[in-house]
Design a protein around this ligand. Structure first.
Ligand SMILES: NC(=O)c1ccc[n+]([C@@H]2O[C@H](COP(=O)([O-])OP(=O)(O)OC[C@H]3O[C@@H](n4cnc5c(N)ncnc54)[C@H](O)[C@@H]3O)[C@@H](O)[C@H]2O)c1
Length: 433
């Protein structure tokens, strides 16, 4: 483990929530020479970390073991360990309720556990994605129950996490938007994060920082949903969407490529725009773009189902068909299957009577509504016994050559087989077949 800028380093940093965001952030901070106290209520995670085992693909076992052995990382589920921290970063989930409204229960639980432990001089930074106003309207009043005055005795900041799991760009290199409840709070977070990140981007209010994150993710939802609708138009018009995107991408300005797929997933892109929508409603504004994009997104699995059904019209139905899905993670080279469109597709294929199996090297188990499925091994025999294979996630290690050699029919939802020769019939999403 290489420690940079040792001379600048001061203090201990607490991190609450050691998931896809919190754990990589912890190591970004440790690599700068800080000591980190990591808190997570999930005992299976704290136990793994204390045994030098990673559960996030971007962090390896060896680095965890070295950090634990050297005391650079203390992992526990006991909030009182945070008393020693100079700064405390909150990275807990901010999902949706079943009614598609913001669920801040994890965040409120965190603040309720934290406030009795707080002491003068500490800086509390929220990193979880959330709607504009959360830091001031929800976090601040809960923290103030400590009796400490914000901006004078205790400092509260908001800095949205912009990590892109699976991306080679390190967190340190991604410019960090920072904001504070008061000017003093902003100065504190800027001082800390300047030591950790290559570039910080201060903004005027916590609301501006919260909304920056929502703009980024809403922009992605809208554009991905548009390209998915565009792919459907290309299918109808016998045009190849992939060729058209490649050609449009040669324009040196004014065009940003987004690519079709089974719909967005994960904890951010399908969720954050609905946080923005919820808050905007309180101001009497309904975003038509968000509503439409959300609708297009949630209907993508049904479109893929139709694509599959269209190839089996002569036999009447998908009943008893053997269908293998390759990849159920919502994104290439990640183990994250939260909100993955694979879940809706598998459930509707099962409802159609198909015998569905899946393989994903990163997702050994997948929770459906009423059951849990396990990833199966891919062999030549099993590929030959399939009626079709659906490539839903284009993991780098996908055995594409074998799939094309042994499966009779392949639905390529990601253009993963671009340019490959095949004995199998390939149907591409937006492929103009
Ligand atoms: N996953 C991403 O790519 C990504 C990117 C940017 C921002 N975000 C945002 O970051 C936040 C965290 O997301 P994540 O993907 O890391 O979630 P995650 O589920 O992977 O991790 C959250 C962790 O918090 C723990 N936790 C929950 N409640 C707790 C509590 N009260 N005290 C201590 N620990 C608690 C959970 O056990 C879990 O390990 C969310 O707001 C998300 O929208 C995520």
């Amino acid at each position: 483990m290489k420690i940079e800028n040792e001379s600048d380093v001061n203090g201990k940093v607490g991190i609450i929530g050691l998931g896809f965001v919190g754990l990589p952030l912890a190591f970004t901070i440790i690599r700068k020479g800080f000591r980190v106290i990591g808190i997570d209520l999930d005992e299976s995670k704290t136990m793994k970390l204390n045994n030098g085992k990673s559960y996030i693909q971007d962090i390896d076992d060896e680095e965890i073991q070295i950090a634990i052995d050297s005391g650079a990382l203390i992992v526990s589920n006991n909030y009182s360990d945070l008393r020693e921290a100079d700064s405390i970063i909150i990275c807990v989930p901010t999902p949706l309720t079943p009614r598609h409204t913001p669920d801040l229960s994890y965040l409120m639980d965190t603040c309720n556990r934290l406030f009795p432990l707080l002491r003068k001089g500490q800086l509390v930074i929220l990193e979880s994605s959330t709607y504009p106003g959360t830091t001031v309207e929800v976090v601040k009043p809960l923290i103030e129950r400590s009796g400490l005055k914000v901006g004078k005795h205790i400092f509260i900041a908001y800095s949205p996490e912009r990590i892109d799991p699976g991306n080679k760009l390190s967190i340190r290199e991604i410019p960090k938007v920072v904001s504070g409840v008061t000017e003093h709070c902003l100065a504190k977070v800027s001082h800390l994060y300047r030591q950790i990140f290559d570039r910080i981007v201060p903004v005027s209010t916590t609301q501006a920082a919260e909304t920056t994150k929502l703009l980024e993710n809403t922009f992605r939802l809208i554009n991905i949903s548009f390209i998915n609708e565009f792919a459907q138009m290309c299918d109808r018009m016998s045009l190849d969407v992939w060729e058209i995107i490649d050609a449009a991408s040669t324009k040196p300005y004014g065009f940003t490529a987004f690519y079709p797929g089974p719909g967005v997933g994960g904890h951010c892109i399908p969720v954050d725009p609905l946080y923005l929508q919820w808050k905007a409603r309180a101001y009497g504004i309904e975003s038509q773009f968000i509503n439409l994009s959300h609708q297009v997104n949630i209907t993508m699995p049904a479109y893929i189902l139709e694509l599959i059904q269209s190839q089996f019209r002569s036999s009447g139905s998908l009943s008893e068909m053997n269908i293998l899905l390759y990849g159920v993670a919502y994104k290439k080279d990640t183990p994250d299957a939260r909100e993955s469109p694979a879940i809706a597709l598998i459930q509707s294929l099962i409802e159609e009577g198909a015998r569905v199996t899946y393989h994903d090297p990163y997702v050994p188990l997948l929770s459906l509504d009423h059951t849990i499925m396990s990833s199966v091994e891919i062999t030549e025999n099993m590929l030959s016994s399939m009626d079709c294979v659906v490539i839903l996630t284009d993991h780098t290690q996908a055995p594409l050559a074998s799939i094309l050699k042994y499966a009779p029919l392949v639905f390529d939802i990601r253009n993963a087989t671009k340019g490959m020769k095949s004995d199998a019939k390939i149907i591409k999403l937006g492929g103009g077949h």
